[in-house]
Each structure stands twice: as C-alpha cells, then as structure tokens.
Design a protein around this ligand. Structure first.
Ligand SMILES: [Zn+2]
Length: 318
C-alpha cells in the first residue's frame, strides 16, 4: 500500500512532495499553484506518480487542474515518472529542455544509457517501464522563454554543467529558482544552527565543472530569496550556499585530478570525497555519527565518483 506522501507547504503556493525515491527526504517533486491551475515540477519515478496525485488531492486540486508537467532534466529521479503522470493529467502540456525532448518522446535510448550506467537490476527496481510522452503534448522550452501559469510568470534558463539537457525555472512570485541538480544537494538531515549544508552533484555522464560554476553564477544574478532543490526542499541563505557550492565543485575536481592515475582510482576518489565532505560537515556543526552521516551521503558519493571518473576519461575529447 502506498504511504501518505509527506508534504512540505511553503509560502506562495509552492509545495514539495517527497517522491519516495531511495529514502525519505532524498528527492522532491513540486506543486506550483495559481488560482485555477497547477504546475508539477519534477515527476520523480513511476512510483512517485501516486504520491503526486495524492498531494494534488490534499491541496484541493485535481489531476485535471495540472496545466504543465515540467522536468528540469531527463535524469530518471527527476523525469522517470513523467510519461505516467502525463497519462494521469489529461490537460497538461509537458515542458522540457530542447536536448531532453526526444528522450521523453521515445525513451528507448535513455533507458539503454541508464541501464548501461546503473545496471539492469537497479533499473528494473527503481524505474520500471518508461512511458513515452506524445510529441503533440510536448513543448520544447528555449532558454530565456517566459510562460504563464495563469498570471504567474515562469522564466526558463538553460543551465548546463550537471547535464547538458538541464534548465532551471524562475518563479518571480516567490523570487525562487527550481534548480533541479544545478544548485547541488542539500539534505535536511545536515541542517544545523548555521543553516543548510550543500554539496555538488557530478552524476554521470555530462559533468562539466566550468559550465556548472557558470550556471550557478547565472542563477545568483537574480539575487534569489529561495532555491527549491530537488534533493531536497527549499533553502534560503542563497549567497552563502552558492559560495560553499562553488568551492566544493573546485574541491571535487581537485580530488579527481589528484588521484586520476591512482590504482583503484574509484575507491580512492570516493574515500577522499567522503573525508572532505565529513570534515566540511563537522565544521558546519553536523553532529550525526559517522555512520549516520555516511548513510545520508553514500549514494551521492558513489554517483559523484562515477561522474568524476567519466569526466577524467572524456574531458577535452568530446
Ligand atoms: Zn541529475
């Protein structure tokens, strides 16, 4: 039986829905509401779709009210449920980055590449069957476009660096960005009196540190009050977090370069990354035991390592 989804209602008609991916408070989907319509930003996986539908109901909305289904990029913890959600929301238009659209209309290549990175077992367990989205219901959104959810303007910005098929969405009403993975990861378990803790995601296979830093700086150019992170939830204190994030992108690159020729490179990079993160978290005041800290970041350390290794092997040559 599907558990009741955990909802986080923020000011300005923004609600985070725990997608249930992997563990609680790891990945969010967002409902963005206007008087008569709703946009869903990030769909999670197929397993997240019933949670989104329940969240709509809890907010007094219906699937028919959904005007837009939006994914920041086509990594499957963000977009794996988009096809199923579109089937459930008959009036919705699907909004996607120009480089992501074809993978959602025909998910076969996307599925093959994810199977290659994560293996069949993980794919079948976490993602199930990807549902194609009809091209007629898909709208490609170019960088710089503004669309209206009723009278609520949503501005789209191309933000490569984590992936080349990534955009972020600016909500003028709350002065916040829906950042996908561009503004890194900030888990609520690592909050302290000093506020949120943040670190980058360098997931395979399109990590590009220069582009990522540039994208973070372009997000900050709007002087945002809030960042709505997919992993996980709303954070303020954006200037301090941007500084921390930019510094940690450099640190991860330095670790990758330091150990690029090491034997058992992946293990060494992952260990150095984990040590560096834990030290930074301790400086930030995180009091979790090492074991609990590792449990919060372990999946990301593993994925970040895979992404850095791919970057080491392919940089300059693409
Ligand atoms: Zn991603």
């Amino acid at each position: 039986m599907q558990a009741e989804p955990r909802l986080y209602a923020y000011d300005g008609g923004v609600t985070a829905v725990d997608s249930g991916f992997n563990r609680s408070q790891m990945a969010a989907c967002y409902l963005l509401e206007s008087d008569t319509s709703v946009a869903v930003i990030e769909t999670g996986t197929n397993d997240s779709v019933p949670r989104i539908l329940k969240a709509l109901e809890a907010r007094g909305r219906s699937a028919e009210d959904v005007q837009y289904v939006i994914v920041t990029h086509v990594h499957l913890d963000h977009a794996g449920g988009a096809g199923s959600l579109m089937q459930a929301c008959p009036n919705a238009t699907f909004l996607v980055h120009p480089r992501g659209a074809r993978h959602m209309i025909d998910p076969s290549r996307l599925e093959a590449s994810v199977r290659q990175v994560y293996g069949d077992e993980v794919f079948n367990r976490d993602y199930g069957t990807l549902v194609p989205i009809p091209e007629s219901r898909t709208r490609v959104v170019e960088s710089g476009e503004t669309l209206e959810l009723d009278d609520r303007p949503l501005h789209f910005l191309d933000t490569p660096g984590h992936a080349r098929h990534h955009f972020c969405i600016w909500d003028e009403t709350t002065r916040g960005w829906f950042t996908g993975d561009t503004f890194g990861l900030s888990y609520r378990e690592l909050d302290t009196a000093r506020g949120p803790f943040i670190f980058p995601t360098t997931t395979p296979i399109q990590f590009d540190p220069g582009a990522l830093k540039n994208s973070v700086e372009r997000l900050m150019a709007r002087d945002p009050d809030w960042m709505y992170l997919t992993h996980f939830g709303r954070v303020g204190d954006t200037a301090r977090l941007a500084g921390d994030l930019l510094g940690r992108i450099d640190e991860l690159v330095a670790i990758a370069e330091r150990y690029s020729d090491a034997e058992r490179r992946g293990k060494v990079i992952a260990a150095a990354m984990l040590d560096g993160l834990e030290e930074a978290a301790r400086d930030h005041g995180v009091k979790l035991s090492s074991e609990d800290f590792h449990a919060v970041v372990a999946t990301d350390v593993q994925l970040n390592t895979q992404g850095l290794e791919f970057w080491l092997d392919h940089r300059g040559g693409r």
